[in-house]
Design a protein around this ligand. Structure first.
Ligand code: BGC
Length: 855
């Protein structure tokens, strides 16, 4: 930042009263900082993150580009690609008139069950840190701030606001702090978001070790630290630990009057207030808003074709080909007469996981339709039947508003549901505000009209008319955060006024879904109305932050009743004579989401049965799995399952990416950024995840993911770093730039990689280090990833991959010394294209003659 702005920041700070400075230390509202117009301090706006920029409306907001999930990006092993996505993400943020993106999510996966695994990159800290750095550099290269989150050790969603994690310092530093440490150096995020959880008895927003000693102290971080939403747990402690900004606003833990009193008594508090206010002003300047008092522009959707292309390319680079017997893939349309598409995700638009990473996408694509379109372009003759096969809805699906089955007032009216806000519980009289909702999933925690205070009685009516495509039995469902009743045809159908149980819907605060089954007729229009008041049913579990902000939420579902056994039998019958069957299975944003963890790793709702049954009648089965974390694949060895594609969540281009890979329009080059265990019980954290009584012990210590499977020789379904290609590659003999390492130096491994096929593709060269026997008492992994390089090669091309490792990368945290130490001894360097031990080539030894240490 230039010297003039720095000087102006100091001058402005000097002019602020204590009250004004304190007012800056909490948000103005859900997504904005507090402005002080008379001092020329504007409000800046923040937006989630990480798969796009959602803007200031949690549900039903402006459309935005939906980027691939973090886990898919992790599988690309390509930080420069993360940089490119970051550049375009910054344009998305601007289109939402925001200056700060609440991303990337960069915590390491501890268990395959973690609900937010899909958002983050890997079970490996180096890969996570490098990918996060690329993302941050890209976003910030165009003047938008990135917010690396959640600092730190946010590996589970169960009891996420108050789970107390026991983690030893070596593990905390070497695994969970590591991605942040790397990104501090290489990405330099302008903002950091603290995690909700407690580590060793102290909440992360007030943590002296992680925030004060490590982040502010050892790493000299001068950027802004904000809390996660409602994750600021104290006034003075959090400030003194280094938390600058409580989010969202208005202040809950930082009320001005009490804060002033605390500051008047204590000079260190006044000093910390100055420091935090300065960091807020500095962020405003960094994002180019210094003294910019122009009113905030309305949000808009870019829907930019270049962004779509990049998302599609990233999708191909992150897709992992897990099995490909007899070169089944790519499909050769000329030799195929009939390719059947089945499975729950075949015609579904599965773009990402659930929670704050979700957004209203510009558009969505589904595998079946994009495949049909692509195949027609190549060979008009081929038959591509679709059969459902099985359904995996966890809850009754939202009403199909876009399909026109819900309109505000009968057949010819606007598609949508009419939302009216009222004072008082009764939802009668003149509405205070009205709007039309394009979805029946209305999480209303940030859209209450400002004229209604959260502490007064209020209510909404959510109404419209619904119709159905066929006569039949339908499930109608309702979940709400507060007391509600649903009327169909003017009659009370669901009484959810006094509910007692909460479920996972609406970030874990929605009631358990109540379902009623009724007959509906095609061609009829049925008036539907939900009356939802702000009353918290007295016997339901409380949620103080949601109560305080007056959160409402309504989710309405309507869908035909189904029987998976019948659907599987129908599919098996239909695919007997197909030349190939593509089964698209997986999870979606109901099964994987912020706010809750998965309970197991099985593919839900009979999907394994579907695959087994299809493999009994057809010998050319291709399974495409969409998930953001490992799922069990008990059919992986079935000889009729010829190919398996791990497609993750590829955002708005998910359908195109799958079709591209199936047809060879893109050569998949993803590698697994995590291990697929045979079963979840094999995972080292299994017995201690998610813990008990709101406490969890990280008992496996450093043995996270492949570190454990390798060290203990536990067989996996698919190992870390593994992934096939349509190309074939050969790896030459690796060599090292030096045989000895001293403090401040680096070493480089060089290896030739050749594409020995006639298909262009990319290979990921991975460098693992086996360290000498350690003096530290903690059990150490047999090897660890210390570097990687993705090499794109045309047919017959050869390139040299150079992977440089710095001196610090060999350090281990010594609890005894309270320092990082590079121990003396011989370090073996191994090079390969996956973590599989037998396939790695020795590059040589690096000798450290004398140990050194640092803090
Ligand atoms: C999430 C954050 C997110 C914030 C705002 C929280 O629940 O943990 O990642 O940025 O909400 O939506």
């Amino acid at each position: 930042m230039d010297a003039t702005t720095l000087k102006e920041i100091e001058e402005t700070l000097a002019q602020l009263t204590l009250e004004e400075k304190i007012s800056l230390l909490a948000g103005k509202d859900f997504w904005r900082t507090v402005p002080l117009p008379e001092k020329q301090i504007p409000s800046i706006k923040v937006s989630d993150g990480p798969s796009g920029a959602r803007g200031d409306t949690f549900s039903g907001g402006q459309k935005a580009a939906f980027f691939p999930s973090g886990i898919l990006m992790g599988a690309t092993f390509n930080p420069e690609l993360a940089y490119e996505t970051g550049e375009l993400l910054s344009e998305e943020v601007r289109a939402k008139s925001a200056s700060v993106l609440l991303a990337p999510t960069a915590c390491c996966h501890r268990s395959p069950l973690g609900g937010r695994n899909f958002e983050s990159y890997s079970e490996d800290p180096l890969l996570s840190g490098k990918m996060a750095s690329g993302y941050i550099r890209g976003v910030q290269s165009r003047g938008i701030a990135a917010t690396m989150k959640h600092f730190v050790a946010n590996e589970q969603e169960t009891w996420r606001l108050y789970v107390d994690e026991t983690i030893d310092e070596t593990t905390l530093r070497e695994i969970y702090l590591k991605p942040f440490e790397i990104a501090m150096r290489e990405g330099q995020p302008w903002a950091i978001m603290t995690a909700y959880n407690i580590i060793n008895g102290v909440h992360c927003d007030s943590h002296p070790l992680t925030l004060k000693q490590v982040l502010r102290g050892e790493w000299n971080y001068e950027g802004l630290v904000m809390s996660d939403w409602f994750g600021c747990n104290s006034m003075v402690e959090s400030l003194l630990a280094g938390l600058d900004l409580e989010m969202p606003g208005p202040a809950r833990k930082r009320p001005i009057k009490e804060f002033v009193e605390a500051a008047e008594k204590d000079e260190s508090v006044r000093k910390a207030i100055d420091d935090s206010a300065r960091r807020i002003l500095t962020l405003i300047a960094k994002v180019g808003k210094w003294k910019d008092m122009t009113p905030e522009a309305p949000e808009y959707s870019r829907n930019d074709p270049e962004t779509g292309k990049l998302i599609r390319r990233a999708g191909g680079e992150g897709t992992v080909l897990l099995k490909n017997e007899g070169k089944t893939l790519p499909l050769q349309p000329g030799s195929l007469k009939k390719v059947a598409f089945i499975g729950p995700n075949a015609k579904a638009t599965v773009a990402g996981g659930g929670g704050s990473a979700n957004l209203e996408p510009n558009y969505l694509t589904q595998p079946y339709e994009t495949f049909v379109t692509a195949i027609k372009e190549i060979n008009g003759d081929i038959e591509v039947p679709w059969v459902q096969g099985c359904i995996i809805d966890r809850w009754v699906p939202n009403i199909d508003v876009e399909g026109g089955f819900c309109r505000v007032g009968g057949p010819d009216s606007e598609a949508g549901l009419f939302l009216e806000w009222f004072r008082g519980y009764e939802a009668t009289g003149e509405p205070v505000a009205t709007t039309v909702f394009k979805t029946s999933n209305a999480f209303l925690w940030d859209s209450r009209p400002t004229s209604i205070s959260p502490s007064e009685e209020f209510s909404v009516r959510f109404s419209g008319q619904i119709s159905v495509p066929e006569d039949g039995k339908y499930n109608i469902s309702l979940s709400t955060i507060t007391a509600s009743k649903l009327y169909l045809n003017g009659e009370l159908l669901i009484d959810n006024w006094d509910f007692k149980e909460r479920g996972n819907l609406m970030m874990n605060v929605g009631s358990e879904e109540v379902v009623k089954t009724i007959e509906l007729k095609k061609g009829e229009w049925y008036p539907i109305l939900v009356h939802n008041s702000s009353i918290w049913p007295k016997d339901s579990p409380r949620d103080p932050p949601m109560e305080e902000i007056g959160a409402l939420g309504i989710r309405l579902g309507v869908a035909p009743v189904y029987d998976n056994a019948v659907l599987i039998a129908e599919a098996a019958d239909a695919v007997k004579d197909a030349d190939a069957v593509v089964i698209v299975v997986g999870l979606n944003n109901e099964w994987e989401s912020e706010s809750y963890d998965r309970s197991d790793t099985k593919l839900p709702n009979n999907q394994d049965d579907l695959i087994e049954e299809i493999a009994k009648v057809n010998q050319n089965v291709i399974v495409v799995n969409q998930s953001g974390a490992p799922v069990d694949m008990p059919w992986a060895e079935n000889s009729n399952v010829k190919a398996i594609v791990q497609a993750w969540y590829a955002g708005q281009e998910a359908g195109h990416v799958i079709a591209d890979v199936l047809l060879g329009k893109q050569n998949p080059s993803g590698k697994l950024p995590l291990t697929f265990p045979i079963k979840v019980q094999d995972n080292p954290s299994y017995l201690y995840f998610p813990g008990r009584d709101q406490k969890v012990e990280y008992t496996e210590k450093l043995m996270v993911g492949y570190r454990y499977y390798d060290t203990e020789n536990v067989q996996t379904r698919f190992p870390f770093g593994y992934g096939l290609s349509y190309s074939t590659f050969s790896i030459g003999e690796p060599s090292l730039s030096t045989a000895e390492l001293t403090e401040g130096q680096t070493f480089t491994a060089n290896v030739d990689v050749s594409n020995t096929s006639n298909v262009a593709g990319a290979e990921v060269v991975q460098l693992y280090v086996k360290r000498p026997a350690s003096t530290s008492s903690i059990k150490r992994p047999v090897k660890e990833l210390k570097g990687f390089k993705k090499v794109h090669l045309g047919t017959g091309e050869t390139a040299t991959a150079n992977i440089t490792v710095d001196d610090k990368s060999l350090g281990i945290w010594s609890t005894e010394a309270g320092k990082w130490v590079v121990e003396a001894g011989d370090y073996e360097v191994l090079i390969g294209t996956s973590s599989v031990q037998d396939e790695l080539k020795p590059a040589g030894k690096i000798t450290v003659k004398a140990a050194w240490s640092w803090i």
